[in-house]
Design a protein. Structure first.
Length: 488
């Protein structure tokens, strides 16, 4: 296929060249109706290229086939049989994938380190989750993706499961042994869905962790806006094999997706694919070398320990590591990642990828260079020098793995939509949560609808909020109270 072509971008250029006059949405009419104060911030080009797909540029059902050709090129670029664009982010894409494999009350194996979007899919579909435990590092209080053996045991115990879902890489960059998990699923005749939201770059350099399609996964969801050059919400999901039918996956996306997709997002996805095919190898040669140098320089700063394969990979831990996620343990600084991340933003306008009770993380992509890294290093060096100003920090009571794993007393859907009440936090122990309680980032629920809260998780969340943890999806973000199911 000719990867020098970018069908959506070319159609957009033709739209402009033809001087078409729309009497259709969007109502701003290529910016003519937009407030000049808005145009001054966003720029005229945004509005000029924000055109209607149907009766304007194209859509996938029109005779021009612009978007269809762009999706075919994307599939060819990454070795998939089918690719679908999503302008609603991977949160929609992962739900579409789940609904294409399992339906109401059917079982789906899910790693318990899944993102809140996966839990939302369970709620919407009424799927019965079979939780597969992550691999827990008790010294560092960090979860790595579940092992192939854990999926094998779950499939043996639940032979009626319709499929499996694994999240890899994690937001910390740790990766599972996808090939072994895919092989296990296929031995049982069920498909593997991979939430690879943080892995858009993986197909384009051999020194990066294995890409889901290369590992044999059936469906893979990728957020191009996270590690690629897509605009926010730009996502794709890929399909191969015959365990999930393409028309079923497309139908589920139609069920959940918007009827007004953004051409801006389509064009960015299309252009990123061309960029990666033509220049991805050389871009990531440079980025991987930059990441190695950056890791070494951060490691020279007192009080910061940069996690590498020696910390995160090995028996009982992750299978592989994406070196572009630079995770730093800050325990020696005597404060929390929350406080340090806030300090960096306030004093240096440097925004980190994530922060938790003992870590901060910086994400590098092909867009970074020596200049951006120098800003990061200057900020981190100053942060270390001022760490004493951020002590003492409130302590977060992180439970042991056994205490973190809550009993799934109700289906997520039944708890979420059933009768509920708001109770004071101290009275929530022993009650069934009717909402997600999700430290964000990274967005992995500590408790989800249908799980029975215990004292350890309640203390973890309470002390976390007191230390600076953000729980945005709770009905009461301050966590003085919790939404729980009414039990008869």
């Amino acid at each position: 296929m000719d990867h020098s072509k970018a069908p959506v971008l070319e159609a957009l250029a033709a739209y402009h060249a033809e001087g078409q006059t729309p009497f259709t949405p969007p109502g701003h009419k290529q910016g003519r109706g937009a407030d000049p104060r808005v145009r001054a911030v966003l720029g005229d080009a945004v509005f000029r290229s924000d055109v209607l797909a149907t009766s304007g540029l194209d859509d996938r059902t029109s005779s021009h086939g612009v978007i269809e050709r762009a999706q075919e090129l994307m599939a060819d670029a990454v070795g998939a049989q089918h690719t679908f664009f999503s302008t609603c982010g991977s949160s929609l894409s992962i739900k579409s994938a789940m609904l294409s494999v399992a339906g109401p009350h059917e079982k789906l194996l899910v790693g318990r380190d899944a993102h809140k979007a996966v839990v939302s899919g369970l709620v919407l579909a009424g799927i019965r989750p079979v939780w597969v435990d992550p691999q827990w590092d008790p010294d560092r209080h960090l979860a790595h993706p579940p092992s192939p053996d854990a999926y094998r045991a779950a499939l043996t115990e639940h032979p009626d499961a319709r499929g499996a879902l694994v999240t890899t890489p994690t937001p910390y960059g740790t990766c599972s042994d996808l090939a072994a998990i895919a092989e296990t699923c296929h031995e049982h005749g069920v498909p593997l869905i991979v939430d690879e939201a943080w892995g858009a770059h993986l197909p384009f350099h051999p020194d990066l962790p294995t890409w889901a399609m290369d590992a044999g996964a059936d469906v893979c969801v990728t957020s191009v806006h996270k590690m690629g050059s897509g605009l926010e919400q730009g996502s794709v999901f890929h399909l191969q094999g015959d365990l999930v039918q393409a028309h079923v996956l497309q139908s589920r996306e139609d069920l959940l997706g918007t009827t007004s997709p953004s051409v801006l997002l389509y064009a960015a996805l299309d252009g990123w694919r061309r960029q990666m095919v033509e220049h991805g190898r050389e871009l990531y040669d440079a980025t991987l070398a930059l990441a190695m140098r950056t890791r070494a320089r951060i490691g020279e700063l007192d009080g910061l320990h940069v996690h590498g394969r020696e910390d995160f990979c090995g028996p009982g831990r992750a299978f592989d590591l994406d070196p572009l996620q630079i995770t730093m343990d800050v325990t020696a600084l005597g404060t929390t990642g929350y406080r340090l991340a806030d300090w960096l933003r306030e004093h240096h306008r440097v925004n980190l990828h994530l922060a938790d009770h003992r870590r901060i993380s910086a994400q590098l992509t092909h867009a970074d260079d020596e200049r951006s890294v120098d800003k990061l290093l200057t900020a981190l060096s100053d942060m270390v020098a001022h760490a004493a100003d951020l002590r003492p920090a409130a302590e977060v009571e992180v439970p042991d793995p056994q205490e973190l794993r809550l009993e799934q007393a109700l289906l997520p859907r039944d708890a979420y939509f059933g009768p509920v009440e708001q109770v004071p936090l101290q009275k929530a122990v022993g009650r069934i949560s009717a909402e997600m309680l999700t430290p964000y980032p990274p967005g992995i629920p500590a408790a989800l609808p249908g799980e029975r809260l215990n004292d350890a998780v309640v203390r973890y969340l309470r002390t976390g909020v007191d230390a600076g943890m953000v729980i945005p999806d709770a009905a009461d973000p301050e966590l003085t109270s919790v939404r729980v199911a009414v039990e008869e």
